[in-house]
Design a protein around this ligand. Structure first.
Ligand code: PHE
Length: 439
């Protein structure tokens, strides 16, 4: 059966960027940067994205196009043996991520409601913290929204690759950028906002630690959707003529730009309104309403912001569900509809303890973490880096001829040799070192 193909190169870039840009950039990046002390984190994150991120994204896209297969199939077709384990791991991690991603996606739906009924239209830091806290710790409400988000994701995936993903991304990205720029302009003109900008961009090297490095590494992979076979799957829908390097650079530039804008949007407001920068996962949800409260037509902007955040989250969650679904179709022989429904149901179930662990099950700790943090730790700090480490070894030692074949036309042999050397030794050593020092 012929594999579906992207309608155009732009369609591919937008869909890949749609997968990358999501809650990672807008929800996770600001609070992780803030808890890690700002500036230094930003630069380390950028450094990782432009080196490891670029090479690994390019490798994933090349593997996908060369094998014409998804996450597991690519490794099986190109090498066999032990290597498909990387693909299986990727599928598992997609499943794990989606369970808590969908919980946070549900929060965005809930906040659309709260923006509509005006209940978050206040600049009172305490009140906003209280609204967020009592919402996420409620035993039932967040679960209903989590179900809603999972269902939306399912609806798009059952609709198919082109219609679903491409259509959504084209409209979304420009709208998101414009709105973020506007919110930044408002945030920066608030008294006290400048302290937040300085906090965000001034590197303080005393804050650099093993824990921060692994946070930056994990966030880089998470925000770029790397290490799980997503870019392999998407690469397999790309036609032979497309220039993969250019596409990968675009995706990374767009994602990094969104993270940067999200930081500029949230952190100045944190300082202007006296919020706690280390507030954790609630930071974006707690801080942004205070900005809306200071805008003319604030309520309208609030609704628009959470709608766009929801759409950005959806284009990412769709890519996650797409990987597990095509795995179930290819490996278990299920129909698309059955595969997607079964997986979405599993993801919903796993999200239940993740959501409850922020409230009624908060005392149940594993290795000192609640279930939500545990899922985040297992995926971002353990399995994604490990997956990328193995992928780099795979590209450098095993699949190099194929990857070179996909990438080399018109490129200097020196550049290609550098990339191979990077994958064979430097990238695995770097990832391994960061994982070790963080322990
Ligand atoms: N990159 C997505 C985001 O930032 C999340 C994601 C991670 C999607 C891994 C796919 C794979 O929101």
């Amino acid at each position: 059966m012929a594999r579906s193909q992207w309608g155009s190169r732009l369609g591919f870039i937008l869909a890949a960027a749609g997968s990358a840009i999501g809650l990672g950039a807008i929800w996770k990046f600001p609070y992780v940067a803030a808890t890690n002390g700002g500036g230094a984190f930003l630069f380390i994150y950028l450094g990782i994205c432009l080196t490891l991120g670029l090479v690994l994204m390019l490798s994933e896209m090349a593997l996908g196009r060369a094998s014409n297969a998804g996450a597991v199939g690519a490794f099986r077709r190109l090498a066999g043996g032990f290597w498909p384990v990387i693909g299986y791991m990727g599928v598992l991690v997609c499943f794990l991520i989606l369970s808590f991603y969908s919980v946070v996606g549900g929060w965005t739906i809930a906040y659309i409601g709260k923006a509509l009924d005006g209940s978050i239209m206040t600049a009172d830091a305490k009140a906003l913290g209280g609204i967020f806290g009592s919402f996420i710790s409620h035993p039932l409400q967040p679960l209903a929204y989590h179900a809603g988000f999972a269902l939306l994701t399912l609806a798009v995936v059952v609709g198919g690759v082109q219609k679903g993903i491409e259509g959504l991304s084209k409209f979304l990205m420009p709208a998101l950028f414009v709105l973020m720029l506007l919110l930044i302009a408002r945030g920066l003109t608030l008294p006290g906002a400048w302290d937040g900008v300085l906090y965000f961009v001034t590197p303080d090297l005393s804050k650099v630690s093993g824990a921060m490095l692994v946070d930056a590494l994990g966030l880089a992979f998470f925000s770029l959707s790397l290490g799980l076979g997503i870019m392999i799957t998407y690469g397999s829908y790309v036609d032979r003529e497309s220039n993969l390097l250019g596409s990968a650079l675009w995706v990374i530039a767009l994602t990094v730009a969104t993270c940067f804008l999200a930081g500029l949007m949230v952190l100045p407001a944190v300082f202007a309104f006296g919020f706690d920068p280390s507030a954790g996962p609630g930071l974006t949800f707690i801080t942004m309403p205070a900005v809306f409260a200071h805008l003319p037509f604030g309520q309208l902007f609030a609704v628009m912001f959470f709608c766009l955040l929801l759409l950005a989250a959806l284009t990412s969650s769709v890519s996650l569900l797409e990987v597990v679904t095509s795995f179930a179709i290819d490996e278990l022989g299920l129909s698309r509809r059955t595969a997607a429904c079964g997986m979405a149901a599993g993801i919903f179930l796993l999200g239940i303890p993740a959501s409850l662990s922020l409230g009624v099950w908060g005392d149940f700790l594993v290795m000192g973490m609640n279930f939500f943090d545990l899922l985040d730790f297992l995926t971002s700090k353990l399995l994604m880096p490990l997956g990328e480490l193995l992928l780099a070894l795979f590209v450098g030692w095993k699949a190099w001829p194929v990857v070179r074949g996909e990438l080399s036309s018109g490129r200097s042999p020196r550049l290609m040799r550098c990339m191979r050397g990077f994958c064979m030794a430097l990238a695995p050593a770097l990832i391994g070192w960061i994982m070790v020092v963080s322990i």
